[in-house]
Design a protein around this ligand. Structure first.
Ligand code: APR
Length: 226
């Protein structure tokens, strides 16, 4: 069975990492145009680095939960061809042991040179004046995809959606494109579609499983594997 799973901030919520758009979410405390756009970074790189340094510190202190663990089991199960795509920039799916994960919005653990495109392991605390190890330009940014930038690995994701038997979106509000459009792409390709979330979003899913991810995801995975 070919399965594509898209995860969002809701899958890491019970690991203690804040979501973006829920009540009390990150975008209430920080204006997203200031900390998650190329223009915001150009205006105030120190503020943007402070935001992602705090996200990196929180993520380092977090551990994967039962939802991440269940998805790792699904990926390792015989007869299952899982493409796991995450919008999350934390590394909790990796920590849970998920093989071949696609980080479409980048990763907190990677630094990117804005001048030459070189990537390297992010230090705990990054600043815009850190010199690039390759070209020495002081143009360091986190390797995360900001609003107005193109998410990573889109061709690979489109190919997986095209041949999926099942598509599941877990813990994502469906507010941000292109990820929000994956359910429609999967439906067009004939996949069964399921939304796993605390509450229903407006996406055109064939089936909805509502509740906290640490309960719903292990149950859904057990059903697929039984
Ligand atoms: N279990 C399941 N779902 C949950 C839980 C939980 N414990 N807690 C919250 N959720 C759901 C919320 O109901 C909401 O629908 O997770 C969703 C989180 O939505 P957002 O905060 O919008 O996060 P996400 O969809 O990942 O955001 C997409 O937006 O700002 C950008 O780049 C950022 O990757 C992010 C993108």
């Amino acid at each position: 069975m070919r399965i594509v799973v898209l995860t969002g901030a809701g899958v890491s919520a019970e690991s203690g990492l804040g979501t973006f758009r829920d009540k009390g979410g990150l975008w209430e405390a920080y204006p997203l145009e200031e900390v998650a756009t190329p223009e915001g970074f150009a205006r105030d790189p120190a503020r943007v680095h402070a935001f992602y340094n705090a996200r990196r510190e929180n993520a380092r202190a977090a551990a994967p939960n039962a939802a991440h663990d269940a998805l790792a089991r699904l990926g390792a199960a015989p007869g299952i061809d899982l493409t796991l795509v995450t919008q999350n920039i934390d590394d909790l799916h990796e920590q849970a042991g998920s093989p071949s994960l696609i980080h479409m919005h980048g990763r907190l653990t990677v630094a990117l040179c804005g001048a030459c495109g070189t990537r390297w392991e992010a230090p705990a605390v990054m600043s815009a004046t850190d010199p690039c190890p390759a070209c020495t330009a002081p143009a360091t940014r986190p390797d995360v995809v900001w609003f107005g930038e193109i998410p990573y690995h889109m061709e690979r994701i489109a190919a997986a959606l095209e041949r999926a038997d099942v598509f599941a979106a877990i813990g994502t509000s469906g507010e941000v494109y292109p990820a929000a459009g994956f359910v429609a792409e999967a439906r067009r390709a004939g996949a069964e579609t399921v939304e796993i979330n605390l509450e229903p979003t407006g996406g055109p899913f064939g089936r909805r499983i509502m509740g906290p991810a640490t309960e719903t995801v292990p149950r859904w995975v057990a059903g697929l594997l039984s």
